[in-house]
Design a protein around this ligand. Sequence first.
Ligand code: FAD
Length: 286
Amino acid sequence: MKITDLFDNKPIVSFEVFPPKKTAPLISIQPTLEELGRLRPDFISVTYGAGGNQQDTITIDLSKTIEKEYGIPSVAHLPCINFSKSEILSILKQLKENGIENILALRGDINPDIPPKHDFRYASDLVSFIKENGDFDIIGACYPEGHPSSANIEEDVLHLKKKVDSGVNHLISQLFFDNDSFYRFREKTARAGIDVPIEAGIMPVTNKRQIERMTSLCGATVPEKFKTMMAKYEDNPEAMRDAGIAYAIDQIVDLFAHDIDGVHIYTMNNSYVARRIHEATASLRK
Ligand code: FAD
């Protein structure tokens, strides 16, 4: 199922999962998927390792399992920087053969140890290529505080407009902890003429290591309120988990009250956390 039509009933709620490690079988994620599936999200997206290994079909396998075994639409992430055009064509064929109709088209992070293939420089190149070579619903990534490598947010929004014009039907945002940054971003994108739905990316932070890793990777601003919470509870894992869940719920309540298009929850494969958030916010969507 193509997911664009889901926005007729907004706000939507989607989850993100990552595939099990190469050494673990696909079945090891089954208990997580069973619980996430019971929450009936509008779709589940599956990340793709940026290594550029075409033989690595685990994202496709998992996306197929979500669709076929759990009856939930899936979105396969596809970073292009380390693939050639013929490799992407072969992946598109596999996606089609496995009944996957939704792709999150990404550039991928540039890894200094893996030389890029140069066929695709930006995600917008991949978006145009997918449009020319298949019938998929195409989703793009966006950055409420600007992509870390952009000179400034204004420049990033100009590039985003180009990406959307290449054929993106909806956007999913990078995680953020300050809703005002998302509302400012929404205004900027509207002024730039970007009129596709934008889902807000929410990452429930449940331990100290996670926040350190995430903020160094994506550069999200950490508000004082969040820092105070961390300082108070970081040495008490249960309290830290509950505080992180409460913070995410607080963000989502405010986002729904501001009539956003949807929320994309970075579940980190933690179905317990996803369930607690779901239970606290499901009635707000009615
Ligand atoms: P782009 O849209 O190409 O943007 C990258 C940079 O290039 C930006 O600074 C942009 O301003 C600039 N730019 C774009 N177009 C132009 C242009 N025409 N001229 C000049 N500059 C330009 N990575 C993975 O490897 N696997 C995943 O599964 C994955 N999932 C993700 C899911 C979400 C929701 C998000 C937000 C990110 C995800 N990422 C994933 C990370 C993503 O690959 C990185 O953030 C990457 O650095 C940028 O990807 P992009 O698709 O946003 O790139």
